[in-house]
Design a binder for this molecule. Structure first.
Ligand SMILES: [Zn+2]
Length: 325
């Protein structure tokens, strides 16, 4: 790898003189994303990437426009003894630039996406939005929707993943999704952020923009209120809905009340289909079949009802509005 850059207006003799210097002053070229026929060198704090201007311009309207404007800067850096310009990616993190270029040069990007962890997806969403790489952004959003769905049935199916998300990851994604107007994934994302203990959330609040912070806290408050309302409604469901209150139905509601008082508060979309009776044998629960069914039916309806209200509470928009974006 040739070691030294030169200014575009340097003479060939100074070029040669500089090339003889043994240590490059800038960051080293990336070992994979360096094409000898590349027509532009992108520079981050960590790496140099020699890629194709036409490739960048094809997928990014922002970069395409940028390339069309002559820089007018005769002192702009060029790579070695070539006319290949070096462009500093000011304000872009190295991992963002790297994951974006990998995506651009990956023929099987759709498959590769599935192997990416949340931090890489966050980087991709951030930089593809910034430079308007629409195709990549659309692919990333489509994939993120499988992790942070906009439909209740899909969201519940991702339940086994919820606890595998690291708090750093989800809060970083929340910030980027908020900034990138990735509205469709925001309700699920807010919900997952709200699930963390308040004490933990407080440590991350300073990383959020003020309106995002406000939405999270108010939405979280609503979710806890909902959890209490569901408890009340569940007990009531066993007392009403039958023609006359018999000793049996009163007994069922008392049994449920006892179980509820023993269980910790569970947020609405964390509740299993059978609620607090999940895994409990009907015979041993002391709650009759009729009451059990009524309770499960009620839970299902309440979940659907509160899912409809979720985006309104966190984003002041309904699902229809979000899904149009
Ligand atoms: Zn009963």
């Amino acid at each position: 790898m040739p070691p030294k850059r030169r200014a575009a207006n340097e003479t060939s003799s100074t070029k040669k003189a500089k090339r003889k210097k043994s240590k490059p002053s800038g960051p080293p070229p990336h070992d994979k994303l360096w094409f000898s026929d590349g027509s532009i060198v992108l520079e981050t704090d960590v790496h140099l990437y020699r890629v194709h201007k036409s490739m960048l311009a094809k997928y990014s309207t922002v970069l395409s426009d940028m390339f069309e404007i002559p820089s007018g800067d005769s002192n702009s850096d060029c790579w070695e003894d070539s006319d290949v310009p070096i462009v500093k990616m000011v304000g872009d993190k190295d991992d963002e630039v790297c994951v974006l270029l990998e995506a651009l040069y990956d023929r099987n990007f759709g498959d590769t996406l599935h192997e990416l962890e949340i931090p890489a997806l966050t980087s991709l969403l951030s930089i593809s939005t910034k430079y308007d790489f629409q195709d990549i952004q659309a692919d990333v959003m489509q994939f993120l929707l499988t992790r942070f769905p906009n439909k209740l049935e899909d969201f519940v199916k991702t339940r086994n993943l919820w606890n595998s998300y690291d708090i750093d990851e989800v809060f970083a994604l929340l910030v980027v999704a908020h900034r990138s107007d990735a509205l469709k994934i925001l309700p699920a994302l807010y919900y997952l952020c709200a699930r963390f203990p308040l004490e933990t959330i407080l440590d991350y609040l300073p990383t959020l923009p003020p309106d995002c912070m406000r939405s999270l806290l108010l939405g979280r408050d609503w979710l806890y209120e909902v959890a209490h309302r569901i408890t009340q409604r569940s007990i009531l469901s066993m007392q009403v809905g039958v023609q006359s209150r018999t000793d049996v139905t009163m007994q069922c509601s008392e049994k449920l009340r006892a179980r509820l008082s023993e269980s910790s508060i569970t947020l609405v979309f964390d509740m299993p289909d059978r609620g607090i009776l999940e895994g409990v044998n009907v015979k041993h629960s002391g709650i009759c079949n009729g009451c059990t069914d009524r309770y499960i039916g009620l839970l299902g309806r309440l979940k659907a009802f509160y899912w409809d209200h979720l985006p309104q509470k966190f984003l002041n928009k309904n699902w229809k509005e979000l899904n149009r974006t």
